[in-house]
Design a protein around this ligand. Structure first.
Ligand code: NAD
Length: 478
């Protein structure tokens, strides 16, 4: 039977009655993408979300952060750069309240967009906290305490992840904060200690530094953005230092305490004396942990993620999971991909779901950072022979005209066959430019294929062409 019906909960009343093919728990990039794809396949879908659809990405993550970044970037350009471009500006001030209001409005607009798409596709949206007391059964507790039960042969857990709590950094939401509070602080603090230089730490360091906040960014590993290519990280560090951000790398924050006036952190550095850093506010950006709903008998990995097989099935019959709650690459675009794959595996006869193997990473500070495929250190470790093509934006006409000459494009090709293996970009437009090498790797293009392509002039993308030529020692503009 495709779908089934509602049961009255032994513990309360019920509110819904429908034949449901798929119940999705969580309305973020995994949950809403799964809902839409299943509806496209003609399935009756219910999506249960305890807050607003859109998940962390649209409500408190990617989207509102990018809106704030745009405000900060515009302010920085007006203050620091306008004159050099022949634009005289009399007085420029940053209106933080208006910036936050714009960021919230952007978030609201995109969440409304998902609500509209749900209506368009006939997806039922229920508000509440879901649990799975038995396979095929979902219990929903609404905010007023009403409990209802819904049944379907397929259930997808897409509950995402949340900020990691570290007892040594006791977050109180005002002095010691997470990324959510960083989006809506009542004012720009005079100083901020940022723990962790992953995407969250780096992006907020940049936003707040543009607005005059004195940032100390502390990273336990030897490089900022330690997941990225080493040369990219070094370029980032130089750019951040130039902007007045104090970067402490290879430095571990051991503890943070707060008082009426601010925060104090104790930092250890191998081979160097310990140090204390004081600031008005501390942003904790040391990663996330999975959110797992209450599901009887659900098997988790050692690190607490939902365990799934190649088809995104958990150990419970008919119960699937996708997105940040299963671990792997914890990014919105990977979550949506996994969810769509899981749904197609459930409902498309003969479909073999795939796992995300080629996922672009993007960090939206200035300079931007983007990467895809293999890093140089991975190729070295694996003993794969490769050649490098690197080209600086300072030799690209469009970048010079834009006054954005920081950074480079670095491409890695297999030595023997010239296949594109990895791309690492730091600089203006990096997060858009990465799509070209991404398609290049997917399509198994070689250096010669890229040599043969004509890139528009003058564009930043010429740096990709030049980096390809540089890999074979024949760049035109260097
Ligand atoms: P992260 O795991 O990417 O980075 C955390 C960093 O904190 C690491 O580099 C780690 O070495 C460092 N760290 C941990 N403990 C420390 C300590 N005691 N002292 C100093 N440094 C310490 O986590 P994040 O930046 O919090 O991001 C969380 C998740 O959200 C990630 O999966 C990230 O990819 C995702 N995200 C992505 C984007 C984007 O793609 N632009 C933006 C925001 C968040």
């Amino acid at each position: 039977m495709a779908g089934s019906t509602l049961d009255k909960s032994p513990r309360g009343s019920y509110a819904y009655s429908m034949a449901t093919d798929l119940i999705i728990i969580g309305g973020g990039p995994a949950g809403y993408a799964a809902a839409i794809r299943a509806a496209q396949l003609g399935k009756k879908v219910v999506c249960i979300e305890k807050e607003r659809v859109g998940g962390t990405c649209l409500n408190w993550g990617c989207i509102p952060t990018k809106a704030l970044l745009e405000s900060a970037e515009m302010f920085r350009k007006m203050v620091q750069g306008a004159k050099a471009y022949g634009v005289n500006v009399q007085e420029v001030t940053a209106d933080w309240d208006a910036m936050v209001a714009r960021s919230r409005a952007v978030s609201d607009r995109l969440c409304s967009g998902i609500e509209f798409l749900f209506k368009k596709h006939g997806i039922e949206r229920l508000q509440g906290t879901a649990s799975i007391p038995a396979p095929g059964v979902v219990e929903i507790t609404a905010s007023d305490g009403t409990i209802s039960q819904l049944q379907a042969s397929k259930i997808l857990i897409a509950t995402g992840a949340r900020t990691r709590d570290i007892p040594a950094f006791p977050m109180d939401g005002t002095r010691i904060i997470g990324s959510k509070q960083a989006l809506t602080l009542p004012r720009v603090p005079s100083s901020m200690l940022v723990i962790g230089s992953g995407a969250i730490g780096s992006e907020f360091s940049y936003v707040y530094s543009c607005l005059g906040c004195k940032i100390t960014l502390v990273e336990a590993l030897p490089n900022l953005l330690p997941n990225e290519d080493d040369e990219v990280s070094k370029t980032m560090e130089r750019a951040f230092k130039k902007r007045g951000i104090t970067c402490l790398v290879g430095a571990k924050v051991e503890s943070v305490s707060s008082s009426e006036s601010g925060v104090k952190a104790h930092i250890t550095r191998p081979g160097k004396p310990d140090t204390d850093v004081e600031a008005e506010v501390c942003l904790v950006a040391v990663g996330v942990v999975p959110v797992v709903p209450d599901v009887r008998g659900l098997q988790l990995t050692e690190r607490g993620f939902v365990q799934v097989n190649d088809r995104y099935e958990t150990n419970l019959p008919g119960v699937y999971a996708a997105g940040d709650c299963i671990g792997g690459v914890m990014l919105a675009h990977a979550a949506s991909y996994e969810a769509v794959q899981a749904v197609e595996g459930m409902f498309l006869p003969g479909a073999t779901p795939k796992k995300p193997t080629l996922v672009p990473g993007c960090t939206y500070c200035h300079p931007q950072v983007a990467s895809i495929g293999k890093r140089e250190r991975e190729l070295k470790q694996a003993g794969i022979a490769y050649k490098v093509g690197k080209f600086p934006f300072q030799a690209i006409g469009r970048a010079v005209a834009a006054g954005e000459t920081e950074g480079f494009v670095k491409l890695l090709f297999g030595s023997e066959h010239g296949e594109l293996l990895g791309a690492h970009i730091v600089g203006e437009g990096a997060t858009e430019l990465i799509a070209t090498p991404q398609l290049g790797i997917s399509a198994e293009l070689t250096d010669e294929d890229l040599h043969a392509a004509i890139f528009a002039h003058p564009t930043l993308s010429e740096a990709i062409h030049e980096a390809t030529l540089a890999a074979d020692g024949i760049p035109i503009h260097a």
